[in-house]
Design a protein around this ligand. Structure first.
Ligand SMILES: [Zn+2]
Length: 358
């Protein structure tokens, strides 16, 4: 990633004004000589936390700053843009292979083929923070996703978080702050990121070269996440929505639920990933049915598709909407307790049907 593009300067980050104001103020004080408290940037996935962390790091290290904006072109800016060094050093390494020198900046993340940030990676951060910087003016490490730190890794960071050296900057990034040990969280200055406004997501997608119509569709369905907007599989989503429309039409007409549950399981239960997408689509459809019933515009379905479910709305609303919660729970359990995806999807249909009984 040494060719990685520099992050935009702090003032160029869109849609996160309160967070950027907080980071800009911290950067200003740091440039005036204050130490930087260890930071926790938290908020949903895909809303710019890592970009902001790198922009903040660049501001502190840049040689040709304009105010609190990094230039994006000088040596330190380029080094931070390509900062993956610590992760790379530790890939496949053992405790005996501790590196002899540490880069001044690093993006510490989950190594390829692993699922967590290891205690060795955390010890690298702690060890490197005990050394004076040698190329940059500070040592700056971004840990993302911080909720992937193993308990041992979190523990190994405690001392660095409690007494960071004056040149040390630690920025932890997470979408799941509650998953961090309280001992870690309590030592961090929290900066909250929110879902991006829809028009900002649209603008960013258009700036990446998407046609305005597609950018608009993706932005509308992305729930404020640029990453989600980019990753959306629009064709697959159309297929999923149509399958749910047919199943819900029949449920609304009081067709027997078990065969429909089996059909849904066959359609959406092939893998955990498919089941998660499938149930997310079901929840979006249920939201739209509720919205259309209340006279609001649907967000995911076309108005024509929402109209198809209008006859079923009375049956699907009311107690059925409480079952949206059951659908959401089943969806989460596919991840959290490894629930069989097919049974999860079948359970969702049965849960909806259960609420349809008079
Ligand atoms: Zn620079």
């Amino acid at each position: 990633m040494s060719e990685a593009a520099s992050p935009p300067p702090l003032s160029g980050l869109l849609g996160q004004e309160p967070a950027i104001e907080a980071l800009t103020a911290l950067a200003g004080r740091a440039l005036a000589g204050d130490a930087v408290p260890p930071l926790l940037l938290f908020g949903p996935d895909g809303v710019g936390k890592r970009t902001a962390a790198l922009a903040f790091a660049s501001t502190l290290a840049c040689l040709r700053r304009a105010g609190t904006d990094a230039c994006g072109r000088c040596g330190p800016c380029r080094r931070i843009a390509g900062a993956e060094a610590i992760t790379a050093l530790r890939e496949g390494a053992t405790a005996q292979d501790a590196p002899r020198s540490y880069p001044d900046s690093g993006l510490v993340s989950i190594p390829k083929g692993k699922t967590r940030i290891s205690v060795l990676q955390a010890r690298d951060i702690a060890q490197s923070l005990s050394l004076q910087p040698f190329e940059l003016s500070r040592r700056i490490y971004v840990v993302d996703p911080a909720d992937a730190l193993t308990p041992g890794a979190a523990n190994a960071l405690l001392k660095s978080l409690e007494e960071p050296p004056p040149y040390g900057v630690l920025v932890l990034v997470t979408a799941a702050p509650w998953a961090l040990p309280i001992t870690v969280r309590s030592r961090l200055r929290a900066v909250r990121f929110r879902p991006l406004p829809e028009q900002i997501v649209r603008r960013l997608l258009e700036a990446e070269g998407l046609e305005p119509a597609e950018a608009e569709t993706r932005a509308r369905r992305a729930a404020g996440s640029l990453a989600r907007a980019r990753a959306l599989d629009l064709e697959g989503e159309a297929t999923r929505l149509e399958a749910w429309l047919q199943i819900l039409e029949r449920l609304g007409a009081r067709a027997p639920a078990p065969p429909l549950a089996v059909l849904a399981g066959e359609t959406f239960g092939g893998s955990a990933a498919e089941a998660l997408e499938g149930l997310a689509a079901l929840l979006a459809v249920l939201r739209d049915v509720a919205a259309a019933h209340a006279g609001a515009a649907p967000r995911t379905l076309s108005p024509a598709a929402a109209a198809r479910l209008a006859p079923a709305a009375t049956a699907l609303l009311g107690p059925a909407l409480d079952r949206a919660e059951a659908v959401e729970t089943l969806r989460r359990e596919i991840v959290s307790i490894n629930r069989n995806p097919r049974l999860g999807v079948e359970g969702a249909v049965l849960a909806l049907a259960g609420a349809l009984r008079p």
